[in-house]
Design a protein around this ligand. Structure first.
Ligand SMILES: *Cc1c(COP(=O)(O)O)cnc(C)c1O
Length: 388
C-alpha cells in the first residue's frame, strides 16, 4: 500500500469545478493584482478570525517580514524566536540586519518555552515571535505578559495554524500585535502557489502594513517609508476563497486521524499515554498531546503535522519508505545549529529540548483525505518496526 505524507490531488478533485471556475473568473476579469477578489477574501478573514484588519500578502515569509518592517525593526535590534521552527521565522529577522535570539522549546508542545524567554531579553530586544508549530497554539498568555512587562511587540507566526484557537477561545494570530499566516500549498489552507496573510487589530500597524505591501508609497510614488512588493495574487485569493469554508471540516479530519494514531500506539503498548517527554521501556514512542484543552474550544490543535518522536528515527523513516509510507523530519537542524547563524553572539548550548526534537521527531501522514485503511497500515508498520 502507498501512503504519501501529503496528497493534494484528492482535495483538488473534490473541489475542481468550483476552483476552476473561480480561477477562470479572475482570468476573464484580467485583474490579477489585488483588486476585488483579494478584498473579498480579506473581508472573509476579518470575520472568520474575528479581527479588525486582514491583508493578503505574497507568502508566509513575507507576512513575517512585512510585520517586522511595520513595527520598525532596524539593524541591531534583537527579536526572540523559538530555536525550533521553519527557517523563515529566524531568517526574516536576519534579513533586516536584526539579530534573532533563540529560545528553547517546551518538551510537550514543541512551542517556545515561555519560562525561558525572560533570561534572553536585553535592552536591544524589540519583539517576540511565538510560532504555533504543527498547528497547536503556543502558550500565549505568559508570552503576552512578558512582552507587556518589557515593552515588546508580539508577532505571531501562525503559518501552520490558521483557524487554531488558544485556550481562551481567541484565534491565534489575533492575540499578539500582528498575526502572520501562509497559504503555501502544504499548509492546512493552501493556495496554488505562494501566498500569505497578515492580521492586526491596531489601526496604526494596519496602516503601515497596507502601505508597506505596495512599496511604502503614500500617496503612490511619495515615500516616507520603504516597503516592497508584498501583494497577494488574485488567482491565489480566488482558490483560497473556495477552500476557506472547508477548513474547519478538514481540521476535524486531521484531528480524528491524530486521535486514532495516539490511541492505537497506546493500545499497542508503545507508549503509556500522550505527552510523555522521556524515552523508556514503556515509552518507545513519544506522542503529541493537545493541550489548552480546558475550555470548550474546538480547534486547539489542527495537526498541520502529526509528529512523533522515536530514538531510531532515521531507521524508522527508511523502513517506512521501503513500505510505501511517506514521512518527514520537521526539523532536522534547530536555528542555533544552522551554519548561517554560527557567528551570532546569542548562540549557546542551552537548547536540550530542541536538540532532542531534531534528533527524534518524525511527521507521519495526517492529511484529511487519508483512508482508515491507510492509517491502520501506518500504525502497523510503525509498530512492527518498534517491536523488532
Ligand atoms: C511555512 C512556514 C513559514 C513560511 O511560509 P511561506 O508561505 O512558505 O513563505 C513560516 N513559518 C512557519 C512556521 C512555516 O511553517
Amino acid at each position: 500500500m502507498q501512503v504519501p505524507l501529503l496528497d493534494l490531488k484528492l482535495q483538488y478533485q473534490n473541489l475542481k469545478q468550483e476552483i476552476d471556475k473561480a480561477i477562470m473568473d479572475v482570468v476573464e476579469s484580467q485583474r490579477f493584482i489585488l483588486g476585488p477578489t483579494v478584498k473579498e477574501l480579506e473581508d472573509e478573514f476579518t470575520e472568520y478570525l474575528n479581527i479588525k484588519y486582514a491583508y493578503g500578502v505574497s507568502s508566509g515569509t513575507d507576512a513575517l517580514l512585512i510585520a517586522l518592517m511595520a513595527i520598525g525593526i532596524k539593524p541591531g535590534d534583537e527579536v526572540i524566536v523559538p530555536t525550533y521552527s521553519f527557517f523563515a521565522t529566524a531568517g526574516v529577522v536576519a534579513r533586516l540586519n536584526a539579530t534573532p535570539v533563540f529560545v528553547d522549546i517546551d518538551p510537550v508542545t514543541f512551542n517556545i518555552a515561555p519560562e525561558k524567554i525572560e533570561e534572553k531579553i536585553t535592552e536591544n530586544t524589540k519583539a517576540i515571535i511565538p510560532v504555533h508549530l504543527y498547528g497547536q497554539s503556543a502558550d500565549m498568555q505568559p508570552i503576552v505578559e512578558i512582552a507587556q512587562k518589557h515593552g515588546l511587540k508580539v508577532i505571531e507566526d501562525g503559518a501552520q495554524a490558521i483557524s487554531v484557537r488558544y485556550g481562551d477561545g481567541r484565534n491565534v494570530g489575533t492575540i499578539g500585535d500582528i498575526g502572520c499566516f501562509s497559504f503555501f500549498p502544504s499548509k492546512n489552507l493552501g493556495g496554488f502557489g505562494d501566498g500569505g496573510l497578515v492580521v492586526t487589530n491596531d489601526d496604526e500597524l494596519a496602516h503601515m502594513l497596507r502601505i508597506m505591501r505596495v512599496h511604502g508609497g503614500e500617496p503612490k510614488y511619495y515615500h516616507k517609508v520603504i516597503g516592497g512588493n508584498f501583494r497577494l495574487d488574485a488567482i491565489q485569493a480566488a482558490v483560497i476563497k473556495v477552500k476557506l469554508p472547508h477548513l474547519d471540516g478538514w481540521s476535524e479530519q486531521r484531528r480524528k486521524h491524530a486521535e486514532f494514531y495516539n490511541k492505537a500506539f497506546v493500545e499497542s503498548g508503545l507508549a503509556e499515554e500522550t505527552g510523555k517527554t522521556k524515552f523508556d521501556d514503556k515509552n518507545k514512542i513519544l506522542l503529541p498531546k493537545a493541550v489548552y484543552k480546558d475550555s470548550n474550544v474546538k480547534n486547539y490543535h489542527i495537526f498541520n503535522q502529526y509528529v512523533i518522536r522515536v530514538e531510531k528515527r532515521n531507521e524508522l523513516k527508511d523502513f517506512l519508505k521501503e513500505n510505501g509510507i511517506g514521512s518527514e523530519i520537521y526539523y532536522p537542524v534547530p536555528f542555533h545549529k544552522q551554519e548561517c547563524f554560527k557567528d551570532l553572539p546569542s548562540v549557546d548550548d542551552d537548547y536540550p529540548v530542541a536538540d532532542m526534537a531534531a534528533e527524534t521527531s518524525l511527521a507521519l501522514p495526517v492529511f484529511p483525505e487519508l483512508t482508515q485503511e491507510q492509517i491502520e497500515y501506518v500504525v502497523d508498520k510503525v509498530t512492527e518496526f518498534l517491536q523488532k
